[in-house]
Design a protein around this ligand. Structure first.
Ligand code: DC
Length: 223
């Protein structure tokens, strides 16, 4: 099996770019952020503060998470219910960032992610895929862009979905999440030593996808 790890900060376009690239090379696309979001959602629904390890930890044994793939699209099932849409709100983003700093949450999701990569050719996107989850991935990409550009993309994406948001809130949420994600004690967001750094600032989506596919084609053999 072949694994391509794509890590980087929130809003760098990882999911869209990785999804398109995976489709082009016939790999499945795995969005690991959705797993942390599902745990964040579970904690919010249970009225627990997602950032408080002592509150989150005891509830982990009740959480059932699995991924299903339909026509190449990933669906996240939380205790049997498809929550793929519900996890895309700003509240759940923050909750995901909170739970993701808890070591027990990370180890809870670790084998689930490794299992998928054992059974499929994957493009897996997250924060610690190249550093922790799939350290032997054949190719590691660190995808980034300036905070302002990432906030602008997020903002436009949310407006398109009809969500009412303020650009400055999106930017400050993103800066907070960047800080949390890169300063946590376990599996902080840092490029793997042998990662290819790709900065998508100023690129169109098509340019970034083309750039990623060309790096993949240069680095690994795809039948
Ligand atoms: O990629 P995303 O915005 O859906 O991720 C949601 C949160 O989950 C983000 O704040 C960081 C965390 N995360 C993580 O810690 N490790 C991963 N492999 C993926 C996401």
């Amino acid at each position: 099996m072949t694994a391509i790890a794509i890590d980087g900060p929130a809003g760098a376009g990882k999911s869209t770019i990785a999804r398109c690239a995976a489709k082009a090379i016939g790999f499945i696309y795995v969005d690991t952020g959705a797993l942390y979001r599902a745990i964040g959602l579970y904690m919010l629904n249970r009225g627990v503060d997602p950032a408080k390890a002592e509150e989150v930890r005891p509830l982990l044994q009740e959480v059932r998470i699995s991924l299903a793939f339909e026509d190449g699209e990933q669906h996240v099932l939380l205790c049997g219910r498809d929550v793929s849409q519900e996890i895309r709100t700003p509240q759940v983003s923050m909750a995901a960032s909170g739970v993701s700093a808890i070591p027990e949450v990370r180890s809870f999701l670790f084998s689930l992610q490794q299992d998928i990569a054992k059974r499929n050719n994957v493009v897996m996107d997250g924060r610690d895929i190249g550093t922790v989850v799939l350290p032997n991935a054949q190719l590691k990409i660190f995808l980034t862009a300036s905070p302002e550009e990432r906030a602008k993309r997020r903002y436009e994406e949310m407006l398109e979905k009809g969500q009412k948001v303020d650009y400055n809130n999106v930017l400050s949420d993103l800066v907070t999440r960047d800080y949390n994600d890169s300063h946590r004690a376990v599996a902080p967001l840092i490029p793997a030593e042998n990662a290819v750094i790709v900065d998508t600032t100023g690129n169109t989506l098509e340019q970034s996808v083309a750039q990623l596919i060309s790096i993949i084609q240069n680095r690994i053999n795809i039948d």
